[in-house]
Design a protein around this ligand. Sequence first.
Ligand SMILES: O=C(O)CCC(=O)C(=O)O
Ligand SMILES: [Fe+2]
Length: 397
Amino acid sequence: MQCCGRVAVLHPLVAVTHGWQFKETLQRSPERSGWKHEGQSMWNSGRVVLLLGSFIWRRCHTSRRTSCRSAPPVAFVGGVPPEMESEEVQKHLQQYGSCRVVKRCRGYLYVRFQEAQDLVAAVGAKHLVGGRDLTVEVAKAKKKQWYCEIDPDYPPRIRRLMDGVVHIQNMLSMAMQINIAKQVISLSSARAGFYTPRFEDRAMRLRMFCLGRHWDTQTHSYSDVRSDCDGRPVLAMPSNLKELVEGILSDLKQKCQPMAHKAHFPPMEPDTCIVNWYSTSGSLGVHQDLDESEQSIAAGIPVISISLGSSARFLYHPDHPDIPKDSDGCDGCDAISPRSALLRSGDIFIFGQEARRLRHGIAKVFPRTCPKKLVEVIETDGEGEAGRLNLTFRQTR
Ligand SMILES: O=C(O)CCC(=O)C(=O)O
Ligand SMILES: [Fe+2]
């Protein structure tokens, strides 16, 4: 990046530049994405708002700086009774050294001491503050592990797109992506593998097969046999995939504890996985996933999707999905433009809670975006382009 001019940092993530020239060259790792993207952006004068957060994130990705993973500052967590004021605790702890309250959430108070780590020993674990017991311990956050096997060089990034909608980028390591893709492709070679389903009398622009329970695109229901296709029994859901989904949810819960009310999904027992394969000319029209049981939908039990292979443009409508259609069959939502997210290989997309009825679809699958190591594994279309595999896990009962 080259720049000249002034920058006013307004917020850790946002800055306004004055009279800048901003030039940026991005190089994505060929190993990860199988292609090199070099973009250049240039702005002259005027005020440009830069999202430093995403810039920093990108730098972490491209330059593999270890500083992104450096240890967090010294912090302590105390189990604080709700009736106890933060100031009271801070005042108490200040007898050990100068400190400030960083945040208070879910019964914990995060206090950062300005001095060195040695203070941990000095502070001790058991305290009596205003006649009440207080435990002080080293913050556990640093010790938390991802259940999912992630690539340390490509840290996951959790994006909450709206209430009940979460996009986790880089969740699955390349090794894990390869294993899942191999497993799915090998399952698909069984007799109950991929076929092209029909929806409302038209062939869908993808190929599909199910694990656990079969989604019948004609009757809009789930069954144990491929009722709309060849009548064969549906393949069983492999236990490792079920565990993976449970692990993703538990990672999300753990990592998002401070914003738990926003990204916390009800517990889920995934019993079905729909596997879709898209060629680079494939797509999926905007729809709602409503064929699962009423209880599952009403409880906001999420649909969790894993993307593998080529990247795709995922569309979703940010409106309330239950707006009734008027007599022309139009619903107010069409007037509201859909939003989109780019789903890359290894990303997870989740919608549940109040967004369980989210309208969504796949607008486009991009050629030459499949990670090199997956090209061999994922089926290619007629032109030799690797397609996209998508696994959506649901609790249908
Ligand atoms: O391919 C995707 O990401 C979405 C799939 C989907 O919406 C579905 O199978 O219902
Ligand atoms: Fe869907």
